[in-house]
Write a protein of this length. Structure first.
Length: 681
């Protein structure tokens, strides 16, 4: 023919000159796998060319190496021997990102299992390669609609793939494969799971596709399917057993031979008109659209498996909610402690003295000793009262003499009427406090509500008594409101007569002052109480109370932080395990995405975004639950809720960060998966 060009009918479409370089060139291809010390050769010395527009079948029995050859042809795997050119470029010169791009733009895959995403619509399945490319939503919809109509599925484009028949899913897979107008379509047993009618229809569709100039290669073990192709290459034991093509031998070339078309030149070469249309727009814009699409895919993965998503959200909500609640309760509790201590520090001074020097008169404001009068006469002093502690083990409080000591864990104090007055405590009956005076020498007790419940006392008055050590003590009153000191609710107050023989210790003089006077009174107390030895008197000042306040807050904060950290750790572990199991169950989806051009980085981002979204959602829900818990606890405890709102945002941020951390290993495992193996999982 003119120009030295010849044509061989039956092997490729008319009008494609033989002089045009082959689309696929294989020379001496081999693929071996090592397992320990042994090596298995799946392919040996495979050499043939496939020109543009051919309709080729590759047939062979199971184990002949068909799938391995398809993985190499589709750039899912690399040969261990020989050389392979795709569209004139040695594939060994291509980096992984360039191989991903070639698969996305020049190769379409159709597998025995259609590998449709069952929770996505038919149109969304078809547009997946365009989404990976970064095409606009309008372009994706237009292409999906066009291809589905071409394959007779226009009326099913909005239907979830789960509701499609096997034949319809396979046609969706064909539409997906051709949505990028690839130069090559690789069909791996495309009719293996279909009935005869559906199989014939799929082959007819592939034949129609071939008439448009697309090169089609079908891998099959079915002789009837192979006979419908224009050229059938037969594999046996990893070798080419038969190839009717007059141009089956590849021209000899090696990797060492200089090649005018390098990989870089191929990547930058002018694209065809359809490809230029798909790649329009800036790189940044396409990358941004890919990121947005990956985010939508991540959210779709959560909505597709609501049970798993709810459990993950619950785990993160528990962790973040625990953190926010714990910090809020901690701050509120610390605020209450701070308010009480600060209030006491504004008008109260406590002096510790030796109990051995205390006289009965010291507990009675009606007939105090000169030392007591000296204290009450100091400038700025409103009132003063002694209180001394009695060891519970010595007192052994109980309801009846023959009973064992009650399970009482509060305080037992020896005090007089003045003590109740300066504490602003409310007692029933109202005159019961006067009976603590030592002037009438009665052994009486006044009980806090919790102390009374622990001992078994239901009321106070004539005939009601408890036993302290070996003497009966009349219960003359109950403390109904503890006033300035909440601990009074779980306290037993004894008159001096009731404490005879019990050796009170830790005696303290509590002094109420005018506001702002504690510091001056604190300086004057030691010489007033112990003129001969002022250093023997220890005075607790406002600074001491503030130090106690900060200590309580710090200790409570550390405890809360440890509990919250444990909750978050459990949430992260739970999420990581769930996401790893999700990766294992979604291996075919991951392999499909890789086959149609998704990069490892894209797969990693997909699963990382899944972790981020569930962590962020759990963080928001947990922050809301934590706030509700803080309000509830404070309402029950009658506290004023105190919460730094920054903790809410910190909790949300920690939830998002925990979601990302929990997804790192599953995302890495997904990105590293071998698509050639996973596609058959």
């Amino acid at each position: 023919m003119p120009g030295g060009s010849t044509s061989v009918t039956g092997f490729w479409s008319p009008g494609v000159p033989v002089s045009e370089p082959p689309l696929l060139e294989l020379a001496g291809i081999g693929r071996s796998f090592r397992a320990g010390s042994s090596t298995t050769h799946s392919l040996r010395d495979i050499s043939f060319n496939i020109r543009r527009g051919e309709f080729v079948g590759i047939i062979g029995p199971s184990g002949a190496g068909k799938s391995t050859l398809l993985n190499i042809l589709g750039l899912l795997d690399s040969p261990t021997a020989g050389a392979y050119r795709f569209d004139g470029v040695d594939i060994t010169d291509l980096g992984e990102n360039d191989r991903d791009r070639v698969r996305n733009e020049k190769i379409g895959f159709i597998f025995q299992d259609s590998h449709t995403l069952v929770d996505e619509t038919a149109a969304e399945n078809v547009s997946l390669p365009l989404k990976i490319r970064g095409a606009t939503m309008g372009e994706r919809r237009r292409v999906a609609r066009t291809e589905l109509r071409r394959l007779g599925l226009g009326h099913r484009q909005g239907e979830a793939a789960l509701n499609l028949s096997g034949g319809e899913r396979q046609r969706v897979a064909i539409a997906r494969a051709i949505s990028t107008h690839p130069a090559l379509v690789l069909a791996d047993e495309p009719t293996g799971s279909l009935d005869s009618a559906s199989s014939a229809h799929v082959i007819d569709e592939l034949r129609a596709l071939n008439t448009t100039g697309t090169t089609v290669v079908i891998i099959t073990h079915d002789r009837a399917i192979a006979d419908r192709t224009d050229r059938c290459i037969e594999l046996l034991d990893g070798r080419v057993a038969a190839d009717p093509s007059v141009d089956s031998r590849a021209e000899t070339w090696t990797a060492a031979r200089a090649k005018p078309d390098s990989a870089a030149a191929w990547v930058d070469a002018p694209a065809s008109a359809p490809a230029l249309e798909k790649r329009r727009g800036s790189t940044c814009a396409r990358f941004g659209r890919r990121l947005l699409a990956e985010a939508f895919d991540a959210i779709s993965a959560h909505t597709a498996n609501l049970g798993r998503t709810v459990l993950l959200l619950a785990a993160f909500s528990l962790g973040v909610g625990g953190l926010v609640c714990a910090m809020g309760v901690s701050q509120s509790a610390a605020s209450q402690v701070s308010d009480q201590l600060t209030q006491a520090g504004l008008d109260e001074v406590v002096a510790q003295v030796s109990a051995s020097g205390i006289q009965l008169q010291d507990f009675d404001s009606d007939s105090p000793l000169p030392t007591h009068r000296t204290v009450t006469e100091l400038q700025g002093v409103i009132g003063a009262a002694y209180a001394a502690r009695v060891q519970t083990a010595d007192a052994r409080p109980r309801l009846l003499r023959a009973m064992p000591a009650a399970r009482f864990d509060g305080d037992i104090l020896v005090a007089g009427p003045a003590y109740l007055a300066i504490q602003n405590a409310v007692v029933w009956p109202t005159n019961a406090g006067r009976l603590l005076s030592n002037t009438w020498h009665g052994a009486v007790a006044i009980l806090g509500k919790d102390a009374a419940a622990a001992i078994g006392v239901a009321d106070a008055g004539p005939g009601v008594r408890i036993w302290i050590a070996d003497q009966p003590v009349d219960v003359v009153g109950l403390i109904t409101a503890p006033g300035r000191t909440p601990l009074l609710s779980n306290t037993i107050l004894l008159s001096p007569e009731a404490a005879v023989g019990l050796a009170p210790e830790d005696a303290r003089l509590i002094v109420r002052t005018a506001p702002g006077m504690p510091a001056a009174v604190a300086d004057a107390l030691p010489p007033a109480i112990s003129p001969g030895n002022p250093p023997a008197v220890t005075v607790e000042t406002v600074a001491d109370l503030r130090q106690l306040r900060h200590g309580v807050s710090a200790d409570l904060g550390i405890l809360i932080a440890l509990v919250s950290a444990l909750l978050l750790l459990l949430a992260c572990l739970t999420s990581a395990v769930a996401m790893y199991l999700s990766v294992r169950s979604r291996r075919p989806e991951i392999a499909l995405r890789r086959a149609i051009g998704a990069s490892r980085a894209s797969i990693w981002r997909l699963f990382t975004v899944e972790g981020l979204t569930v962590g962020l959602g759990g963080g928001v829900a947990g922050a809301a639950l934590g706030l509700m818990a803080v309000v509830t606890v404070c309402a029950v405890q009658q506290w004023t809720p105190v919460l730094d709102l920054r903790i809410v945002f910190v909790g949300i941020g920690i939830g998002a960060a925990s979601g990302i951390v929990s997804a790192v290993y599953p995302a890495t495992a997904a990105a590293r998966s071998n698509p050639a193996l996973a596609i058959r999982a």
